[in-house]
Write a protein that binds this ligand. Structure first.
Ligand code: ADP
Ligand code: MG
Ligand code: MG
Length: 888
């Protein structure tokens, strides 16, 4: 078994085995770049180390010894010799870059003997003792577990005694004294001596780097970034070069382009006469890389050349570590550089224009996360420091405003021109006017599908919900968090993308559709086959969606149109009606409101399809909660008021269901109260007719929710066709190419899709409900209670409400799509629901051969890119499979 590879033996493809750093060191060595020689101990050795109870096996030891021998020959030095001492660094290097999360030790091979040798050989005792004290400190910390602060205190004391400010002013004798102090410190804290045996130093250092894979900050980092725990880290043993040997030496970090703007110019920092971590540690203020051009023009030119070569080689912006020893440049690390959203796009587009990348490669580089950052208002991160609490990231975007603790206050303050954040324990439909007038919503209870979350997402407003650390005191009008109190009227800022609640007003950055993004979307359109529609419930959102590239509306949730206060009152009257006459009266008032909404949507989406879903939620969602009504009843004075409240309480009780999610909702509502659906259908066709009068091309699609049996769709389709005929007349009806389809969100509908397709022009997979009903989870309960446990305990790979469960729910989708199409070849199929905006789910939809996905307006560019990525990857896989077939 091979556990160790020299840098000359590896390459960039061996990343899983050699880690990112090791693979790239090998790749650079092969490319002839000036990399100090060394070798890599594999990630497999790390895994074996943990399996053997944190022990390095004899076989691995032997291979390390052999590689070290080779290194000695290459360098013409000897590890542990005082005449020609070989010094090495022991560097961690995981597969996925985890900057600064694990440990590295420099200058291994120094002891009381070899340090003298190094001093004599270099004729520079100050340098030799500087290296030695650094080794003892790093070793003491990483291997022997002594807090760095103990060493720093001793260093501070020394500098005070010497009356100097900076490390580089400390003379050789000073370092000698410090080395004595450090050794005593190690003996006192660790109960053993700093090892003088250099081979012992090396093995202990390798063990410590392996072990650092499980240090707490590395574990947290992995969890946050979804890096598997069992990957392990490789260890690189590399011969030292010295940036701290004198004033013709130095060390630095350079990005081949600017990581925050993308500008094609070297960006970075360096320090003269310094080693390794000095640049990042902040002990000394480094110089901007541009200054190097004047200081060492030759080195700067070489560095530029290295940057160009590495960028061309890796076809990406690189983050490079370098060291200069006695006027000679060495490269110590390269990796693809971290960058922000705008820089990512600018760099990718520039690389295509420069001929380094092709369009498809550039598209594959785009991360969904980056687009999310670009397309929502976001925080100026530097100012976002005073985090009060973190809740659920329910609706992305950032907002700042003064806290208002009820909807009326929020609305009133907003009318005065103030920016407000509505803060509630939870919201109900009665709070909608407050939500409408607020910049964002914060609740202390409720999950990702709580009322506040759904409404805020629908309106594109930032929302943080379920923030249980907050105690909202409606009596004292304040919010308590830990030992802090925020009074109503004080400024707070929300970050709906991360769930952070921040004290004070944090400056915001606006969402932007940049030229680079437009360019990328155009390239995406050239390759993708999946269409991208928007979920939008009002003309404004439809306009935004269209600007972002939506090809239609895939889901318009009509219930959202009833939430404005004046409409909610009419809706409540409709629900409260005791007689059909009363109900008809209320419906007549709702009709023109809906008609105006639909006309606005049709106009905004002129020439593109607009799928309108008839009323879906159970009716009780439009009424206040019993508790609130009872409270109002206690405070009510007039008899008529009291009677009205009592009536409403009775009605709420009447509508109560043990399990509303499985109760009288969706098409069941339409079957029991056809007059509600009929009003909505009438409004759709009246709006269509209005638009046709104005010469606007309309393509209405009427979507029936929650169908489980073909007879439901059959009955409601008849209602649609009859109403269309009644409203438009036979001739006009023919001129209006409307479609009738259904949501597929009940497993039975998926299983009997062949029957259902007889009456459906399209299937829209409502993957939220389909996931709930396939798993038998109610989303709110699952997310509020057990789902986190399931995901942490790896019982489920993801939250199935965010990433489509392709194995289970996906089977139902594939089955329904294919049996539907076998009955009706022209059947249009797509996914609406949150999965429509998730990258992995979009890739599934592409492979399943669906026609479209539909997602929130702000996620459309991301979905377009994801659709293109799916097409490119799928195509590439098909080519590989075809090549295999040819070969066999
Ligand atoms: P990190 O992952 O924290 O950057 P590294 O292993 O890259 O850790 O090393 C830390 C610092 O030490 C870097 O600045 C690196 O350039 C420097 N360094 C590592 N090995 C050597 C070496 N053999 N010679 C000189 N400097 C080194
Ligand atoms: Mg590094
Ligand atoms: Mg549904």
């Amino acid at each position: 078994m091979r556990w160790v590879y020299a840098f000359t033996e590896g390459n960039a493809q061996m990343r899983a085995l050699l880690g990112g750093k090791g693979a790239n060191l090998a790749e650079m060595t092969r490319a002839g770049l000036p990399v100090p020689p060394g070798f890599t101990i594999t990630t497999e050795a790390c895994r074996a180390f943990f399996q053997a109870g944190r022990r390095i096996s004899d076989e691995v030891r032997q291979q390390i010894a052999a590689a070290l021998k080779q290194l000695e020959r290459d360098k013409e030095q000897v590890f542990g010799s005082a005449q020609q001492p070989l010094l090495v660094s022991v560097r961690s290097g995981s597969v996925t870059s985890m900057p600064g999360m694990m440990d590295t030790i420099l200058n291994i091979g120094l002891n009381d003997d070899t340090v003298e040798g190094l001093a004599a050989l270099t004729n520079n005792p100050r340098f030799a003792y500087d290296c030695y004290r650094r080794l003892i400190q790093m070793f003491g910390n990483v291997v022997m577990g002594i807090e760095p602060i103990h060493f720093e205190r001793l260093l501070q004391r020394l500098k005070q005694q010497l009356g100097v400010q900076e490390d580089r002013e400390v003379p050789a004798d000073g370092w000698k004294r410090l080395i004595v102090d450090y050794k005593e410190c190690i003996q006192a804290k660790a109960g053993r001596d700093f090892p003088q045996q250099v081979h012992e130093q090396l093995l202990l250092a390798v063990e410590a780097v392996f072990a650092s894979w499980h240090n707490p900050r590395a574990e947290v980092y992995r969890r946050l970034n979804g890096i598997p725990d069992d990957q392990g880290t490789a260890v690189n043993v590399q011969s030292m070069v010295f940036g701290n040997r004198g004033d013709d030496c130095g060390t630095g970090v350079v990005f081949t382009r600017n990581p925050s703007t993308g500008e094609n110019r070297l960006f970075g920092e360096y320090l003269i006469n310094a080693q390794g971590e000095d640049v990042v540690s902040g002990a000394r203020t480094p110089l901007a890389i541009a200054a190097l051009r004047d200081q060492w023009p030759d080195i700067y030119r070489q560095l530029e050349q290295v940057c160009r070569q590495l960028e061309a080689h890796y076809k990406d912006m690189q983050d490079i570590e370098f060291t200069v020893e006695n006027g000679k440049l060495y490269v110590l690390q390269t990796r693809s550089g971290k960058r922000n959203a705008q820089a990512a796009l600018t760099i990718a587009v520039d690389l295509v224009r420069e001929g380094t990348l092709d369009k498809q490669e550039a598209l594959l580089r785009i991360e969904a996360l980056h687009l999310d950052q670009l397309l929502h208002t976001r925080l100026d991160e530097d100012a976002a420091t005073d985090v009060l609490a973190v809740g659920l990231p329910a609706s992305p975007g950032a907002a700042a405003g003064i806290a208002a603790l009820d909807a009326d206050t929020a609305a009133a303050w907003s009318k005065e021109g103030k920016r407000v954040i509505l803060v509630r324990p939870e919201t109900t439909p009665e709070d909608i006017h407050g939500v409408l007038e607020s910049e964002g919503v914060l609740t202390s209870r409720g999950g990702m599908t709580s009322h506040a979350a759904v409404v805020a997402r629908g309106m594109g407003k930032p929302c943080v919900c379920g923030c249980e650390e907050l105690h909202i005191d409606l009596e004292q009008r304040c919010i308590a968090v830990g030992n802090r109190t925020i009074a109503e009227g004080e400024w707070i800022t929300l970050d709906g993308a991360s769930g952070r609640v921040i004290a004070g007003e944090v400056p915001l950055k606006e969402a932007a559709m940049t030229d680079e993004l437009r360019q990328m979307l155009q390239w995406a359109d050239e390759v993708r086959t999946l269409q991208v529609f928007a979920n939008a419930d009002n003309p404004e959102d439809a306009q935004i969606a269209r600007r972002f590239g939506a090809q239609g509306i895939g889901l318009c949730r009509t219930e959202h149109m009833f939430f404005a206060p004046e409409r909610l009152a009419v809706m409540q009257r409709m629900i409260m009606a005791d007689t059909p006459g009363e109900r008809a009266e209320a419906l007549k008032r709702l009709l023109p409101m809906q008609q105006a909404d639909f006309a606005g949507m049709f106009a905004a989406m002129e020439g593109l399809p607009v799928a309108i879903r008839l009323l879906d939620p159970p009716l009780h969602e439009f009424l206040p909660k019993v508790g609130e009504l009872q409270q109002k009843l206690q405070q009510a004075i007039g008899d008529t008021d009291k009677e009205a409240l009592r009536r409403m309480i009775r009605k709420v009780h009447e509508l109560h269901e043990a399990n509303p999610m499985l109760g009288q909702r969706g098409c069941r509502l339409g079957i029991v109260f056809p007059e509600i659906y009929e009003m909505q259908i009438e409004a759709i066709f009246c709006a269509a007719s209005d638009c046709m009068d104005k010469g606007i091309r309309v393509l209405p699609e009427i979507m029936i929710p929650l169908v489980g049996h073909v007879s439901e769709l059959k009955a409601l389709r008849e209602l649609v066709d009859q109403t269309a005929e009644r409203v438009l007349g036979a001739e006009r009806k023919r001129a209006c190419p409307y479609k009738v389809g259904t949501m597929i969100e009940v497993p039975r509908a998926a299983l009997t899709a062949g029957q259902i397709a007889e009456y459906a022009d399209f299937f829209s997979f409502g993957t939220n409900d389909l996931t709930q009903l396939t798993f038998g989870y109610s989303r709110d309960d699952a997310e509020g209670k057990f789902l986190t446990r399931y995901i942490d305990g790896k019982l489920l790979p993801h939250n199935p409400f965010q990433v489509l469960d392709t194995e289970g729910v996906g089977q139902l989708i594939e089955l329904a799509a294919s049996s539907g199409r076998s009955v009706r070849p022209s059947l249009k199929t797509g996914v609406c629901g949150e999965h429509g905006g998730d990258k992995e789910s979009i890739a599934f939809c592409h492979r399943a051969g669906l026609d479209y996905v539909s997602c929130s307006p702000y996620r459309i560019p991301m979905a377009i890119i994801a659709a293109a990525q799916a097409a490119i990857q799928h195509q590439a896989e098909r080519l590989v499979t075809a090549a295999h077939k040819d070969a066999s």
